[in-house]
Design a protein around this ligand. Structure first.
Ligand SMILES: [Fe+2]
Length: 331
C-alpha cells in the first residue's frame, strides 16, 4: 500500500510567532526620515551607523524601526519574535524541508538589537525575520500624557495574490485570520491583538502602511495635535475602523510612505473568536463617520511603487511557491 509523503507542515506551522518586533525600511534619504520619526512622530533614536538609524518606541523592543539608504522606497524586513533560539533552529529545519528559501541561516544577528534568528522569504519576495533573545530594554518611564508610540501595531502589505499570501502566513508561519474585508483584505493575528499584519489585494507588492500604537485614545488624539503643531494634518482620519475596531489617522512621512497612529485595537479571545467577512462600505471603514473618504494623495501613497524584494529568489523556488500550496478556502 502506497502512502503519500507526510507534509513537513503535518504537525502544524514552522513556529509560534509571539509578536511583531520591528520593520526595516529602505528610503532615499534616511536622515530626513529619521528626523521626522525622531523629532515629530515620537520615536527616539537608539542607535545609528552612518546613515542607518534604529528608532525605538516606549515598549520593550530594542527598536521598532530600522531606516537605511536605498535608491527607492522599499520594505527591507519584518521581524517577528519567537520564544527561543531552539525554536529558530526548529523552524529552519521545517522551512528547509518545505523548500522555502532562507536568506540567512540560523545564527547570531548582526543587528543593533542583537539576538539569534533567521531570515526567510515570503511568496512575494518579502524578507521575514524570526528572532529570539534580542537585547532586553527596560520600558521607558511611563509616557504620562506625552503622545509617543508604544509599539508597531500592524503592517499592511499590498499583495498580488491574497489567497496564496494568506495561506503562507497562516499555514507556514502560524498566524490566524481574524477577519476578512470581502476578499480585498485579510487581517492576521499572532497574539491577542486583532491584527499585526493585514494583506490588501493590489496590482503589485508593496508596503501599504505601518501603524503605531498609542497608549490610549487620549494619546492618539494628542498625537494628531502634536503633528498639527508641526504643520502636518492627517490625510485620512481621525476615525475608527470596523474590522479591528481600532482608531486611525494616516499621514505620509518624508519618503512618501504612509504611517498611522492607532489605538484601542480589538483584543481577541483565541477560544471564542469567530472570523467574519466584513462588507466594504464607507460606514464600516469609518464607523464614527468623522474621517470622510481617503484623499487621492493617501490612496496613491498606500499603493506605493512595485517592491520586488527578493522576488528572484522566489522564482528560483517556484516548485514551492507556485506549485504545491493548496490555497483555497483560507479562513
Ligand atoms: Fe492601519
Amino acid at each position: 500500500m502506497l502512502h503519500a509523503p507526510m507534509s513537513p507542515l503535518a504537525d502544524g506551522p514552522v513556529c509560534r510567532l509571539r509578536s511583531l518586533r520591528s520593520v526595516a525600511l529602505t528610503v532615499p534619504d534616511p536622515i530626513a526620515s529619521r528626523d521626522f520619526y525622531h523629532e515629530v512622530w515620537g520615536l527616539s533614536t537608539v542607535d545609528e551607523d552612518g546613515d542607518r538609524f534604529w528608532l525605538r518606541a516606549t515598549g520593550t523592543e530594542h527598536h521598532v524601526l530600522d531606516l537605511r539608504a536605498g535608491d527607492v522606497n522599499a520594505l527591507g524586513r519584518i521581524t517577528f519574535a519567537v520564544a527561543t533560539p531552539r525554536e529558530v533552529d526548529d523552524a529552519a529545519r521545517v522551512l528547509e524541508a518545505l523548500g522555502i528559501p532562507l536568506l540567512r541561516a540560523p545564527g547570531p544577528l548582526d543587528d543593533a538589537g542583537g539576538g539569534y534568528g533567521l531570515q526567510l522569504v515570503d511568496p512575494e519576495g518579502r524578507t521575514i525575520e524570526l528572532s529570539a533573545d534580542t537585547f532586553a530594554v527596560p520600558t521607558d518611564e511611563p509616557a504620562g500624557r506625552r503622545a509617543v508610540p508604544r509599539k508597531i501595531a500592524h503592517v499592511v502589505l499590498n499583495t498580488t495574490d491574497i489567497e496564496r499570501t494568506a495561506w503562507f502566513y497562516t499555514r507556514v508561519l502560524g498566524m490566524r485570520v481574524s477577519d476578512w474585508s470581502e476578499r480585498q483584505m485579510a487581517f492576521l493575528r499572532c497574539n491577542s491583538d486583532h491584527h499585526v499584519i493585514a494583506l490588501n489585494q493590489a496590482s503589485w507588492p508593496s508596503l501599504n502602511h505601518i501603524a503605531y500604537e498609542m497608549t490610549s485614545i487620549d494619546h492618539f488624539m494628542r498625537g494628531i495635535g502634536s503633528l498639527r503643531s508641526h504643520g502636518i494634518s492627517p490625510q485620512w482620519g481621525p476615525g475608527r475602523h470596523g474590522p479591528g475596531d481600532n482608531t486611525f489617522s494616516y499621514f505620509t512621512d518624508p519618503a512618501g510612505l504612509v504611517c498611522e497612529y492607532t489605538s484601542e485595537v480589538a483584543q481577541i479571545d483565541e477560544d471564542a473568536w469567530l472570523c467574519r467577512t466584513w462588507r466594504r462600505t464607507p460606514e464600516l471603514s469609518d464607523t464614527w463617520g468623522t474621517a470622510g473618504p481617503p484623499s487621492s494623495t493617501i490612496r496613491s501613497a498606500m499603493a506605493g511603487i512595485p517592491d520586488l524584494g527578493a522576488r528572484a529568489l522566489v522564482a528560483a523556488h517556484e516548485d514551492y511557491f507556485y506549485g504545491a500550496p493548496e490555497t483555497a478556502g483560507v479562513s
